[in-house]
Design a protein around this ligand. Structure first.
Ligand code: HEC
Length: 155
């Protein structure tokens, strides 16, 4: 009985640790975004307010509301064909699938499309999973705001 209890407890402790390692820190994500992403991306809401990064950065698509958005669908951005195809096949960004994308965009597209010739136009890679989770937590803050606005508009 005693052994069982201990096992159950450590399972709880373990899953808590696993969860804690998963959920990123948005403040750390903000500084990682500033140093690693903002040369190519910004976060601009529908009113044109620049919420992160700088105005008029167009190398990569606007990341406002990216969590929960179908991949490759920012209006007017010229994506590579592989990312658009992945979106058409159902790739919607969430906090889980964005991690492997950020660690290696091209490998990730090859995997989801099951096509060894798939190509990413984003050549940048995040070095570790922890940083990826932090950046995703930072971006998710803007996404929930975007969703709330959508809900408000729908009401
Ligand atoms: C050197 C420029 C560059 C850097 C640095 C860069 N990106 Fe990108 N990113 C791009 C481009 C270009 C695309 C479009 C890729 C395509 O069409 O295949 C893209 C696409 C994306 C997408 C997919 C968006 C969508 O609408 O489907 C996400 C998410 C993303 N980048 C996140 C990031 C994050 C987070 C960082 C920082 C860790 C980052 N990028 C750094 C250029 C960059």
């Amino acid at each position: 009985m005693k052994t069982l209890k201990t096992t159950a407890l450590s399972a709880v402790a373990f899953s808590f640790v696993a969860f804690a390692a998963q959920a990123g820190d948005p403040a750390a994500g903000e500084s990682a975004f500033t140093s690693q992403c903002q040369n190519c991306h910004n976060v601009v809401n529908d009113d044109g307010d620049v919420l992160a990064g700088r105005a008029n950065v167009r190398t990569g698509p606007n990341l406002y509301g990216v969590i929960g958005r179908q991949a490759g669908t920012v209006d007017g951005f010229r994506y590579g064909g592989s990312l658009v195809e992945a979106g058409e096949e159902g790739l919607v960004w969430d906090a889980d699938n964005m991690v492997p994308y950020l660690l290696n965009p091209q490998d990730y597209l090859r995997e989801v499309l099951d096509d060894r010739r798939a190509r990413s136009q984003m050549s940048f890679r995040v070095r570790d999973e922890g940083t990826a989770n932090d950046i995703i937590a930072f971006l998710a803050d803007f996404s929930s705001e975007a969703e709330e606005e959508e809900h408000a508009a729908a009401d």
